[in-house]
Structures are given as C-alpha cells and as structure tokens.
Design a protein around this ligand. Structure first.
Ligand SMILES: [Zn+2]
Length: 342
C-alpha cells in the first residue's frame, strides 16, 4: 500500500503540473486522456490492482477511485476557469470600458433668454429689483395709468389683442411701472423682463409676441443723466466697451421728454446697410422721464420725485448681439440655428 500511495502522490503531482500548463480546453482534454483515458496513467495503476494480494485489492480500489474523482473535479474546475477567462477576454475585445462615449447634447439658454439674463444681471448689480408681472393686463394699467386715455390716438398705434373690453394681452412691459409704483413708495428702482403682444404683421423685424425689458427709477433728484449712464453701461456690458448709444428725441405719452434709444448697427458698424436702412443705427427701445401724470396716477407727487423709464426689445438686442438679421429665426425652433449661437 505504501507503494500505491507513493505512486498516486507522484501521479497527482504530474497531473497538477499538466493542468497548470494547459492553456485551453483542448489541452485539458489531452490531460484527461493522459491520466484517465483507456491507457491513461491512473487507468494503468488501476489495472495493477489485479497483481495485489486479494486482501489489499478493495482498499486499493477505493483509494484509486477517490484519486480519479479528485482528478475529474480538478479538470472540471480548470475547464470552468478557462471558460471564464475566455469570456472576459472576448468582452474586453468588444467593450472598451475606458472609451468615452458619444458626447451628450448639452442644453443651453435660448439667445433671447440669455440676453434677458445679462440685462437683469447688469441692473441687479446696480441695485435694481427684478420684478415680473402678468401678461394679461387691465386696459387701465396698460393705457390709462400711463397717460393714454381711451380717446388717445396712441392706443391705435399699439394694435392690441383684447380679451374683453377691459382686458388685453399687455402691449408693453410698461404697465409694470404702474404696478411696481403702487406696490411701494418712492424711491424705487426695478427692472421688468417679460413678454408683450401686439397685432403686428410678422416680418424680419416684428413678431406679435416678443420680449421687452422695462426699467424704472423714481426718487428725489433722479434725472436723465442716470438713465443715459445706466443704459450706456448696459449696452457696453452686452456689446463691448466701444459700443455707442444714441438718444433720439421722440414722443411717448408716458414720458416727457422722450427719446428713442439706438445702438450702432451690427451689420455695418455704423456705415449704413440694409439692416439699418442705411442709417448706421438700430432702434432697440424707448425711454424718457416719467410723465407727471403717470406719477400722479399712482399717488406719487411729481413735485417731490422724478424718474425715468425705458423699455427695450430683447429680440432686437439679441439680433445685434448674435448678428441675426431676421427676428423670426428666434421662434422657429431650429436646433442648428440655436446651437450655433450657444
Ligand atoms: Zn447697418
């Protein structure tokens, strides 16, 4: 029996070495044939049992069976681990987990929103409160309180969308002057970004829904110089330190004196082109000193306080900033157009 034990131990060592050297399933098959096949090493040992004394044969048979079972189990384990290795290898061939995938499409602010945020940021840095107001407005706030009584010819110029005889889609952000002043006493400094609506024919420069930003500052000693300084600062923040701004005398019922606000044309830089009708300037809004009648309509005393207001078209500003020649581009929802501005 001592001989058999030695034989099996040496056989097991050779078997283990053969397993360790086997690199694939075919090699494992050969190991199996070499040790457990019809003429395999263990088979030969098993056949040698017949030469043993009869009393030793059953024990020898058991010992050999245990060795054979252990070898089969070892072969199965080696096969499974080879299989795992080959799966891992095939995965790492086809999937590179370090590869950075296709770039995600990034969202962005709509150009009009971006300009709105820039304007609001500029004025909030100068101490203005940002307030929002309703898009459905009373006839009284939209017109009457702004010194545009029912029979005033300026009403027709606004081409309003009426919902009821006394309610309309606000034609400008200016009714928020009225609401803001009624909500608090002077001094007041607010900036109002928002939508406005007019029954305009849609063309390269007009939409019936557009965005404005309204500015209002009222208090003792407020004058036109404050308006000019802040608007010039805003335009230079948006368009660079060389940006020029021009005030052109005009008329609005709610301001006196009134001025249109122009910026140099983005298309020609002031030389004159089709975009600016040859003038070299683009009108982006109106402004002026708040009319005493407006101050009175909200209970302010025009002898004690003065103020200015302005309203600028945000699409107009965005057209200049992004060099867009047709305002309709902003509402056509073409991702390619919007992405190139991002
Ligand atoms: Zn031009």
């Amino acid at each position: 029996m001592a001989d058999l034990d030695t034989t099996l131990r040496e056989l097991a060592q050779r078997f283990e070495a053969a397993i360790a050297a086997a690199r694939d399933e075919h090699a494992l098959d050969e190991v199996r044939i070499r040790f457990l096949g019809r003429t395999g090493e263990l088979t030969v040992v098993r056949r040698g049992i017949g030469a043993l004394p009869p009393a030793e044969r059953p024990t020898a048979g058991k010992v050999i069976n245990v060795a054979a079972d252990a070898m089969e189990a070892r072969l199965a384990a080696a096969r499974a681990s080879l299989e795992r290795a080959s799966i891992d290898a095939s995965l790492s061939d086809s999937i590179d987990v370090t590869f950075s995938g296709p770039p995600a499409r990034r969202g962005m602010l709509h150009p009009v929103r971006a300009v709105m945020a820039d304007v609001a940021h500029y004025f909030s840095q100068h101490g203005f409160a940002i307030v929002l107001g309703p898009e459905i407005e009373t006839d009284a706030n939209n017109f009457d309180a702004l010194n545009i009584p029912p029979d005033h010819p300026a009403r027709e110029g606004f081409d309003s969308f009426y919902l009821r005889p006394d309610l309309l889609l606000r034609t400008h952000t200016s009714p928020m002057q009225v609401r803001a002043m009624r909500a608090s006493g002077p001094p007041i400094a607010v900036i109002v970004p928002g939508k406005a609506y007019r029954r305009d024919a849609v063309d390269a420069r007009h939409l019936y829904q557009f965005h404005q930003v309204e500015g209002l500052m009222v208090g003792p000693g407020i004058h036109f110089g404050h308006l000019k300084g802040l608007l010039t600062g805003m335009m230079r923040e948006l368009f660079g330190p060389a940006q020029d701004i021009r005030f052109r005398p005009s008329f609005f019922p709610f301001t006196e004196p009134s001025a249109e606000v122009d910026v140099s044309c983005p298309g020609c830089g002031g030389a004159g082109c089709r975009t600016c009708s040859g003038s070299g300037w683009i009108e982006i809004g109106g402004s002026g000193m708040v009319h005493p009648n407006v101050l009175r309509s909200v209970g302010y005393d025009p002898d004690g306080v003065t103020g200015w207001a302005f309203g600028c078209g945000l699409e107009r500003i965005a057209m200049k900033k992004y060099d867009v020649n047709d305002i309709r581009e902003f509402v056509e929802n073409k991702p390619a157009f919007l992405e190139q501005l991002a």
